[in-house]
Design a protein around this ligand. Structure first.
Ligand code: BMA
Length: 325
């Protein structure tokens, strides 16, 4: 197994798997890596995306403030662990009057395609749908048309064009706390017109992912296929439980699933994942991957309150898929 079109990240945040542990994904010992009160006015910071940036790290963070408005903020870090998050939300530039009113935005993902940064998030437009913006410098963000009609969430762009098209995962949903959901894929020549929609995969009965699933970090290209980390939800008598799993998608036709691990790789069990504004949630939105060492640092929202960090090796995740699919 080899990582393809990856990056070297020598300063990737990392801790070895704790002695005696056999977990395929393990938590940072100093979690939560970002506390809920990172800003004087933040109620919570979670479901956020980070990327390598100028030898350091940058990100777009979901901050719910103390009025409980959901907004997107820029942040920077030297080591991926200590973050400076800007107190003011990102002010998106937008030429389209109908789209430019920013009502709320949440659950951002960030990806770099051919040197340009792209931000996707759940954007309000008569209901939640997929908002999109790009930036060449991570300073000025240009918002473009929403990808879809409402209701849709969990928009995740692949980190390169495939067959000369942008490729976007999404999860059609409803206006509330959707009790269903499959992952679909859509393609666009220009980031504006989306089509060639394909079903990727759906929930699995009698499992940790039986109610709904949705994309997570931007997929990671490997010689074996696209490694997709995603979330899956089960409905318990006490509400939804959000866990994370892994699957492998075909490199050229990524709506074709090569394999899908049966067990979850991360589920809510640390206190900060089980207790918070929404109990029992791990929700990965970003993964930093060092192509030289196969090391992965996964950033995930915990209990809709804080950001957690977990580590894994890409080859071990691919092996788990092959062994348990
Ligand atoms: C989803 C989204 C996420 C959230 C999750 C659990 O529908 O709203 O932002 O983390 O529910 O509350």
């Amino acid at each position: 197994m080899k990582i393809v079109n990856g990056q070297s990240i020598p300063n990737l945040p990392w801790e070895d798997r704790p002695a005696g542990s056999s977990e395929v994904m393990w938590r940072y010992s100093n979690n939560p890596v970002i506390p809920r009160d990172i800003l004087p006015t933040s109620n919570s910071v979670f479901n956020s995306a980070v990327i390598p940036y100028k030898g350091e790290f940058a990100g777009v963070f979901r901050i719910d403030d103390t009025t409980r408005k959901m907004q997107l903020h820029r942040g920077f870090s030297k080591d991926g662990l200590k973050w400076n998050i800007e107190p003011n939300p990102i002010k998106f530039q937008c030429d389209v009057d109908e789209i430019s009113e920013f009502v709320y935005g949440y659950d951002p993902r960030v990806v770099v395609i051919d040197g340009r940064y792209y931000v996707m998030w759940c954007n309000y437009y008569h209901g939640p749908t997929i908002g999109l913006a790009w930036s060449d410098d991570f300073e000025t963000f240009h918002q473009v048309e929403n990808a879809f009609l409402p209701f849709n969430r969990n928009g995740v762009l692949f980190p390169r064009k495939i067959d000369d098209k942008f490729v976007l995962l999404s999860r059609p949903s409803d206006s509330g706390h959707t009790p269903f959901g499959d992952i679909f894929l859509s393609q666009s020549p220009d980031l504006e017109y989306w089509g060639k929609h394909r079903w990727v995969m759906g929930p699995v009965g009698n499992s940790w992912q039986y109610t709904k699933i949705g994309g997570g970090p931007a997929p990671i290209e490997t010689s074996e296929g696209w490694l997709m980390i995603y979330h899956g939800v089960l409905q318990s008598c006490n509400g939804f439980v959000y866990s994370a799993g892994v699957a492998l998608l075909d490199l050229d036709e990524p709506w074709k699933v090569i394999g899908r691990a049966k067990p979850y790789v991360l589920n809510p069990r640390a206190l900060y994942e089980c207790v918070g504004d929404v109990a029992n949630v791990v929700f990965p939105c970003a993964a930093l991957c060092d192509q030289d060492s196969n090391k992965l640092a996964v950033y995930y929202g915990a209990a809709d309150t804080v950001v957690g960090l977990a580590f894994a090796k890409v080859d071990e995740l691919v092996d788990l898929i092959k062994k348990t699919s």
